[in-house]
Design a binder for this molecule. Sequence first.
Ligand SMILES: Cc1ncc(COP(=O)(O)O)c(C=O)c1O
Length: 382
Amino acid sequence: MSVYDFAVGQTNPETFPVEAFKQAAIRAIENEHEMFNQYPGALGHLRLRELMAERESQREGVPVDPHKIAITNGSMQSVTLVGQALMDGHDDIVITEEFTYIGTISAYKGIGMEMIGIPLDEDGMRMDALEDTLARLAKQGRKPKFIYSLTTYQNPTGTNMPLQRKQELIRIAAAYDLPLVEDNCYGDVHFEGDKVPSAFALDESPNQIYIGSLSKILAPGVRLGYLLASEPMLTRIVSKRFDAGSNYFASAVVAEFYRNGIWEHCEVTNPVLKHKRDLLIGALANTLDDICVWSTPVGGLFLWLRMPDDVDMGKLVATAGERNVFFMPGAVFHVQNEQVPYIRLAFGHVPDHLIEAGIPILAQCIKESRTSNEARKFSSLF
Ligand SMILES: Cc1ncc(COP(=O)(O)O)c(C=O)c1O
């Protein structure tokens, strides 16, 4: 029986470059095996740092110094290290979007931070709400440690912050003297439209901290990501790592894989993902248009679906599960775990035919989990 897994945010197994990666591994072993006898250190594999500097520089149109990059074990390690470095045991508050990546919630709550979520609209974190929150905290004599924002192809909502709002975010962070952490994990999983510059390309302040990953353009199993920051911030953050550095072998293979350029593989993977997104949106339009509203992500791996308030989430999860349809309920992304009438649908790794067959089943389950047949009374996502 088919499994319709819209839950896990993984890349597309159909476009993993098996042969090219095999050849890259052979070259890495032949050329770099002597280095495998050493510990990589806090910053990690130089050639991979140079390639990631090139990646950022080419996307952002500004020079990027590889010596400002530290390779980490996925972007998740960067997320955690930033929290550990910036907290000091007093008012360890982090400001995030109201809905954010579940791993970030676990990491920051796990190290003892208090998370304050800012509501979103179709353009991401709302700046009026951010200003109100910071002003309220300041009145109470409380200063957060930093702002963590998923400005680009937000997980879970799929929103993308436009330039003007990002400039506003940078201005507000500076006014309150707060480091701004931009997690751009999905940065090059781009489908259409202009790419909005990252905060580090708009502002040279040493309070800009940027996080990148290889999980979403290549594979999460390589467990490689990176941190980009100026001194003294970079040293402050990497001094919290006690792991002797990130996997040098994986770094060497990935650096070999990308030695002739970073974009060639993205040019293969992104159109396939965009096609999946379109199939998903087409299937939703055919089945749920009268009762739901959803995001149209211009990049990333997720779609955010708003349902009527009378959907019983427990019943929906159970009925869908019985029919092998899986998704993530909105509450798990809410910083206070609030019950909300949203679900996240991940489409990156689901084969096309299972998207087409799975969404009508999900739609039927949503309808069966309601207490009425009323048409929706809302027309916006938030
Ligand atoms: C926003 C965000 N940050 C970080 C991560 C962690 O990714 P990784 O550690 O594989 O780079 C994810 C994974 O889904 C994510 O969505």
